[in-house]
Design a binder for this molecule. Structure first.
Ligand code: FAQ
Length: 335
């Protein structure tokens, strides 16, 4: 009996090894063809972990990212601005949901991701730990933060993991509207009174460096980039995308009639890259370590919102339980 069990277990591990070997061959072929992996395909555990890490962080960023702008909804200067801002903040919630769903297809439940976030064990984008101190910051967030998000996310539409790439297509369409609305707020302020123009300039000055840091640490300090690029998740390095973003902003800031707070921006003809002045990477590390200007406040609000939403989750679970019971009862009656 024991021998039989041993034989079954040996043959099962043999099958696992074989399916892993053929799975790996399939995975390697998909990568070489620059094609897509779907949820039921075999994938290396490290690939799965990397995706859950990146997609869940991305989802958390969208959800925490609602806070700086939501804070201005009641203070928007007109009904039109209020309606637009509300729609934008709701879009960010939607992006979070697409992304949590994409991450769930990898086997990690949304509840676990949310618990990790509220326990302080998950990352979200550094940018959302800075305060939005004036209405002009709504313009700067839309123009610079959504601008950086688009620059980073358009290549992610081609990410090798199907559900992530497809979610990104929709997210990018909506981010484009967000960026336009931010640009338009700044344009109107820049063409207003001298005080309004100064308000717009101050907001750009505040958000410029943090938005460049959104792209992540310099390439030499980015432990995940190489593997993520080999797996066709990331298509460009952090520095490549940052440089591309600076080039876009240089053109657009002229239309605004404002300036970027960086006298060292130049196009390097040899490398074909836009270069910028030094960034304070110490500040970036501090923000990532939880010591940015608003980290504590953002987390507190997120925890509060989660606790206040408990009754909705309970009601939804109860409704699902009752619906399943009714369906089972109806099926029993029919048979
Ligand atoms: N903030 O080795 P790398 C938005 C971490 S959505 C915090 O280079 P990777 C929409 C990184 O996780 C904005 N942490 O890492 C919106 C890693 O730590 P780990 C979010 C950061 O993954 C607009 C460590 O540093 N977008 O804005 C940051 O290859 C307006 C080493 O870094 C996305 O998440 C950072 N900025 O590259 C919403 C896009 N940078 O995990 C509301 C998807 C790096 O090893 C209003 N994500 N870290 O502990 C990505 O493209 C990548 O994950 C990067 C980082 C590029 C962010």
């Amino acid at each position: 009996m024991v021998q039989n069990l041993q034989a079954v277990s040996d043959s099962q591990s043999e099958q696992v090894r074989e399916s892993a070997a053929s799975g790996q061959a399939y995975f390697d072929r998909i990568m070489a063809e620059d094609s897509r992996i779907e949820p039921r395909d075999w994938m290396p555990e490290a690939y799965r972990r990397t995706l859950v890490r990146q997609i869940s962080q991305h989802a958390h960023s969208e959800i925490i990212g609602m806070q700086p702008e939501a804070n201005w909804i009641t203070r928007a200067p007109s009904l039109k601005r209020k309606a637009i801002l509300m729609a934008k903040v709701q879009d960010e919630a939607g992006h979070g949901l697409y992304l949590y769903s994409a991450a769930e297809t990898l086997g990690t439940p949304r509840q676990k991701m949310t618990e990790d976030l509220i326990a302080g064990n998950a990352r979200y984008s550094s940018i959302f730990n800075y305060p939005a101190v004036s209405w002009a910051d709504m313009g700067a967030i839309g123009w610079l933060v959504d601008g950086a998000a688009i620059c980073n996310q358009v290549p992610l539409c081609r990410a090798s993991y199907g559900p992530y790439g497809r979610a990104m297509v929709r997210v990018c369409k909506e981010e484009s509207f967000h960026q336009r609305q931010g640009f338009e707020i700044l344009l109107e302020l820049a063409n207003g009174t001298p005080e309004q123009k100064q308000m717009a300039q101050d907001a750009v000055n505040r958000w410029y460096a943090p938005s460049l840091m959104m792209f992540g640490p310099p390439d030499d300090d980015s432990p995940n980039s190489k593997q993520s690029m080999a797996w066709n998740i990331k298509r460009f390095s952090n520095d490549e995308l940052r440089s591309r973003f600076v080039g876009m902003m240089v053109e657009q800031v002229e239309v605004l009639g404002l300036t970027l707070p960086d006298s060292e921006i130049r196009f390097n003809e040899e490398t074909k890259m836009w270069e910028h002045g030094p960034l304070d990477w110490n500040e970036f590390r501090e923000v990532l370590a939880g010591r940015g200007p608003c980290n504590a406040q953002r987390m507190e609000r997120r925890r509060e919102a989660h606790e206040n939403g408990a009754w909705v989750r309970e009601a939804a679970a109860e409704y699902a339980r009752k619906t399943a019971a009714w369906s089972a009862e109806a099926a029993g009656v029919a048979s």
